[in-house]
Design a protein around this ligand. Structure first.
Ligand code: AHR
Length: 522
């Protein structure tokens, strides 16, 4: 009794904010698709070469050239889908360079004219996704490629071995076709992928999509190039012109607009600390102004998804077309002593960005049915960093690890009434959260305290869960830019969390400043 009294006093003294919330576990909503936890790999910097591929002769332990340490780490977080080969590189990629015994180097004109050895091609990518247990999402070259090239690649990957393309694949070592559940049609066609107007893209999309079929296995879901950030005009035009068959008055039955011509529309959005490109945005060694502006920018994802979805609703009220956020994450300055190639350190700040972004995706589970963080290894907001034979997992990886309990679970209504967090002239909600119930009936709640200084005490009124045990894990660290290094790889890592307790049907959670917590309510 005495201990309890002291603890209560201590809580009252320590917490400047008393935040409240409501969790209703009696009304599960949409399924949080596991594909929202997808990743993106591009031939850029050390993302593929060294990050994934070291070659069969490497002293780094590998399986058919793919490094074992990276595969083991990715298997642990259950990566559901990997987008490849780009990015801008996808519209620069000619797949034939990357198959067969004789691989000729080519130029990666998207990224500093680097030499692309083409040793990691279609077979190696498919081997990689099989090794980590993920599905492939292949981006077809629309910018500098042709319909014929795209169609031949689809046949190469998915046609039976008794066809010309299938036989070529078999000669190159793979008899069985691969399953290809997702195909992207161009990348950033408004930018590096062709600088098109949306009308032009929509027409080209209509033509390409007709030929990008799978010839065995599941029908590939086709994902069209969507907008950059808040380019709502792009979404409107592409949805208007490319979603449906063209109405045809003379044969309305033949051309009846039953199924959409696309299954997904992409959205690209990067978290730039000051809401614009340029300026000084170091990945570490930043102050609280950069911290809070990064949080504000990350939270903008909610506005973007809401507004793009509303436009999609006008053309696709049944939500048959998914919004696929296939590039998202933080993008900082080149590190002065880093290797370049969009390599950046990953700190506690990135963990918070990952958590609030995933929470937003869960809130929009009906429309956001896939997302791919940029990028998987050694590039931008990476899960994994490597240095030759050494490898570490980042704070962002740990958030994906904690959040895997939400993959495939049903979203639960969670309302938070949190005092704002302010610094300078910026204000953001102090807390962000999400909750879900999995197939076994386990309820999980994830909470992010974005406040860089103040711990928060959240009092959550819970409906539909019998109070019992509660256990959890927390990610936090002393500094805003705490990060893992090869010498200290566990500086930021999940720890057991004992700051939650039941009082009747109320759950009180003591959240440290700048932290991410996932709880299991039993
Ligand atoms: O992820 C890095 C680059 O960002 C991608 O290649 C491109 O699609 C985007 O602009």
């Amino acid at each position: 009794m005495k201990t309890l009294f002291i603890t209560t006093l201590a809580l009252a003294a320590t917490f400047a904010q008393a935040d409240t919330g409501k969790l209703d576990a009696t009304t599960p909503g949409a399924v949080i698709r596991k594909e929202v936890y997808g990743q993106f790999v591009e031939h850029l910097g050390r993302g593929v070469y060294e990050g994934i591929w070291v070659g069969a002769d490497s002293p780094i332990p590998n399986t058919r050239g793919i490094r074992n340490d990276v595969v083991a780490a990715l298997r642990k977080i259950k990566v559901p889908v990997v987008r490849w080969p780009g990015g801008c590189f996808a519209d620069d990629y000619h797949w034939r360079h990357g198959v067969g015994p004789q691989r000729q180097p080519s130029i990666n004109s998207s990224w500093s004219n680097a030499i692309e050895p083409n040793t990691f091609g279609t077979h190696e990518f498919m081997d990689f996704v099989e090794q980590i247990g993920a599905a492939p999402y292949v981006g077809v070259n629309m910018g500098s490629g042709s319909v014929e090239e795209g169609q031949a690649w689809m046949q190469y990957m998915t046609a039976p071995a008794n066809t010309a393309q299938g036989a070529e694949r078999a000669r190159n070592g793979r008899t069985e076709p691969w399953a290809l559940p997702y195909v992207g049609v161009g990348n950033e066609s408004w930018g590096c992928g062709g600088h098109m107007y949306p009308e032009e893209y929509a027409n080209r999309y209509r033509q390409f999509q007709g030929y990008l079929k799978t010839y065995s296995g599941p029908k590939a879901l086709k994902i069209a190039t969507g907008p950059d950030t808040d380019d709502y005009a792009w979404t409107d035009t592409v949805m208007k012109l490319a979603t449906r068959f063209r109405p045809n008055a003379t044969s309305p039955i033949l051309y009846a607009p039953t199924k959409p011509l696309m299954d997904g529309l992409s959205l690209h959005f990067y978290t730039l600390p000051s809401n614009r490109w340029g300026g000084v945005h170091p990945a570490r060694g930043f102050g609280e102004a950069a911290w809070i502006s990064t949080m504000k920018r990350a939270l903008m994802m909610d506005e973007l998804v809401t507004k793009h979805s509303a436009i999609m609703d006008t053309y696709d009220p049944k939500k048959e077309v998914a919004l696929v956020v296939d590039e998202w994450g933080t993008w900082y300055d080149k590190e002065p002593d880093g290797p370049g190639g969009l390599w950046q350190q990953n700190t506690l700040r990135d963990a918070l960005v990952a958590a609030v972004t995933l929470n937003i995706f869960h809130d929009h589970a009906e429309r956001v049915r896939m997302a791919n963080i940029a990028q998987m290894v050694n590039v931008l907001q990476a899960m994994i960093l490597t240095d030759g034979p050494r490898m570490l997992v980042t704070p962002t990886y740990h958030v994906f690890d904690l959040y895997q309990v939400h993959q495939g679970a049903r979203r639960l209504p969670l309302k938070l009434y949190a005092a704002p967090y302010r610094f300078g002239d910026i204000e953001v909600p102090g807390l962000s959260g999400t909750a879900s119930v999995d197939a076994a009936g386990r309820v999980h709640v994830s909470l992010a305290n974005v406040d860089a200084n103040q711990p928060r005490r959240l009092t959550l009124a819970v409906q539909g869960v019998k109070p019992g045990a509660v256990r959890g894990q927390v990610i936090t660290a002393p500094a805003m830019d705490s990060h893992n290094s090869f010498d200290a790889p566990a500086t930021v890592a999940p720890r057991e969390f004992s700051g939650a307790r039941w009082t009747g049907s109320t759950l009180t959670v003591a959240l440290p400043a700048k932290s991410v917590v996932t709880l299991e309510l039993r």
